[in-house]
Design a protein around this ligand. Structure first.
Ligand code: DO4
Ligand code: MG
Length: 275
């Protein structure tokens, strides 16, 4: 079952049919502890709608915060150590990769986040920018993983590499986050073989592509959530990006007009252009 936020409200897709959830918002739904049980009950009382295609998809977020985990894949550890070695930051990334406590950072709010088809941004003062395609957990207020979506943790690698303390500036700015296209309502862990793939197109040609399987994710998503909720409250639930395992080579930087396509089946494909 997939949950969409559209210009016409919240919509569920189930067995190829679409159902409008009149009177429900992302906030009312993601505040619930029992979302995976609540939605099927709701569908029994409503009839499918035929006009879903007329709605524009939006990022599935209202008052939720977006947080992110870092250096959860070996590839991310290596890329970060390389980019920050001149600043003396390389060792930090090695240490956090193997430490018990994960790296967790605040990433975004709804006003900085774009949905499917929206335009992500590169910072005006960055010279080296990349998308980070990440499996994103949808977490209830009490820390239950109730679903999954696709996230793009847009990053300014030169700013991050100059000094690890610049991380918030490299990561948090207008248009630095994309989420969607839907929330897959699913409480069990996704299979380890689940693939995350990234394609970056420039003038309709593939400029970079890569993929990674969840087998490479070093941290258990449930442990990431447990750390995130320590001494923190999320009354509307929250999103937690689980880190990137796909990093383009150092010679690559995003350009205005590029198309970023991230696919995680069975969630779908999140496509955005760089403004
Ligand atoms: O430590 C810096 C950020 C790491 C990150 O965003 C990632 O590994 O995905
Ligand atoms: Mg990331």
């Amino acid at each position: 079952m997939k949950l969409y936020r559209t210009t016409g409200g919240c919509v569920i897709e189930e067995d190829g049919q679409h159902y409008r959830l009149d009177g429900q918002t992302m906030d009312s739904l993601l505040s619930r502890e029992d979302l995976p049980e609540f939605l099927p009950g709701l569908l029994e009382k409503i009839v499918p709608s035929r006009d879903f295609a007329a709605d524009a998809l939006q990022a599935p977020i209202e008052h939720q915060e977006v947080w992110a985990a870092g250096v959860t894949y070996f590839r991310s550890r290596g890329a970060r150590m390389e980019e920050s070695k001149d600043a003396g930051g390389g060792d930090f990334y090695d240490r956090v990769y193997s430490a018990e406590r994960p790296e967790l950072f605040f990433k975004s709010t709804a006003n900085r986040t774009v949905g499917p088809g929206g335009k992500v941004r590169i910072r005006g003062d960055a010279q080296w920018s990349v998308p980070e395609p990440e499996l994103t957990l949808v977490v209830s207020p009490k820390g239950r993983i109730v679903g999954y979506t696709i996230g793009n943790d847009m990053s300014s690698r030169d700013i991050e590499g100059e000094n690890p303390l610049y991380l918030p500036q490299a990561k948090v700015y207008t248009g630095s986050c994309a989420l969607g296209p839907a929330i897959l309502i699913h409480e069990n862990p996704l299979p380890h073989a689940t693939e995350i793939s990234l394609e970056i197109l420039r003038r309709d040609r593939v400029e970079f592509s890569g993929s990674v399987a969840l087998t490479e994710l070093k941290r258990d998503p449930r442990i990431l959530v447990e750390y995130l909720l320590r001494d923190n409250s999320f009354p509307h639930g929250c999103f937690l990006m689980t880190g990137t395992g796909i990093v383009p080579p150092g010679s690559f930087t995003l350009a205005h007009g590029d198309t970023i396509r991230i696919t995680i089946e069975p969630i779908g494909t999140l496509e955005n252009q760089v403004a």
